[in-house]
Design a protein around this ligand. Structure first.
Ligand code: ADP
Length: 246
């Protein structure tokens, strides 16, 4: 990218968009946004906007992927061409394939997969507007969409990011819910996910370097934000069913 690295990403405890280190962006979670899908959800983290649609359990193709004792949850993550400022090349590249693989692995941990042998559950995650942290927004959307589809689940998956960004003296500060300038110019960013009721971490990806102390400080801050995400997920699911029962 041609732009120059800004002199700082945080100054006097304020990030470039005015947030404090532990603040997540304004969040919105909605279910039932795609009628043709068995389950669906939309998640917004600030300007990052992601939709997830779930189909299945259904026949699995190609057949050699079939497992006799379980279903396969297959996530397909895609960033749409108009989701970023410079049009993105359509279709899955190396990045999308890698993200799809890790999100699939993460989502499989939340579902009672042995209940539907020889099938697939397909989860399409489409980023319609990208301002960083799209994979974690996608995981939150996918998990709500799977619950909306009525799949038997051990837990919801809750997910967010945290990172390390520099102040005007070059010192690093841990922050929650990384947005684009912080992802581009920050010192590190971490995407992770958790099954909150089982207290189990099910995804951890890191770019850059942090010390052990910084890592745990960031994790503690981000875990607080996961509580809010979980509450918003549950509220979104309840809202749909309350409206449906009127
Ligand atoms: P995440 O979106 O999960 O944080 P990355 O760290 O790979 O994943 O990407 C960070 C951000 O960089 C994206 O959310 C998006 O805003 C931007 N980005 C990623 N890939 C592209 C691309 N091919 N073209 C333009 N912007 C991109």
């Amino acid at each position: 990218m041609a732009e120059e690295r800004p002199k700082y990403l945080i100054k006097a405890g304020k990030r470039l968009d005015g947030r404090k280190p532990g603040d997540a962006r304004p969040m919105k979670i909605e279910t039932g946004v795609i009628e043709n899908a068995e389950g669906s959800a939309m998640v917004e983290f600030g300007k990052t906007k992601v939709v997830a649609a779930v189909y299945g359990p259904r026949d699995i193709h190609p057949k050699h992927m079939m497992r006799s004792n379980r279903t396969l949850v297959r996530a397909r993550y895609d960033m749409l061409p108009f989701s970023v400022e410079d049009r993105k090349r359509p279709g899955p590249g190396r990045r999308e394939r890698e993200i799809s693989k890790v999100l699939s692995e993460t989502l499989n941990t939340a579902v009672f997969v042995e209940k539907f042998p020889r099938t697939a559950i397909d989860v399409f995650i489409s980023v319609i507007q990208a301002d960083a942290s799209t994979r974690v927004a996608g995981l939150n959307a996918a998990s709500v969409a799977m619950a909306d589809a009525g799949l038997p689940m051990r837990d919801l998956v809750v997910s967010t990011s945290f990172g390390k960004i520099h102040d005007e003296k070059g010192k690093g500060h841990m922050v929650v819910d990384v947005f684009k300038p912080e992802d581009n110019w920050g010192m590190a960013d971490i995407a992770y996910a958790k099954l909150p009721n089982l207290d189990k971490y099910v995804l951890l990806q890191m770019d850059g370097n942090v010390t052990k102390d910084e890592f745990f400080k960031g994790l503690e801050m981000a875990d607080k934000s996961l509580d809010d995400i979980y509450k918003a997920q549950v509220a979104a699911l309840k809202k749909k069913y309350m409206e449906g029962s009127k």
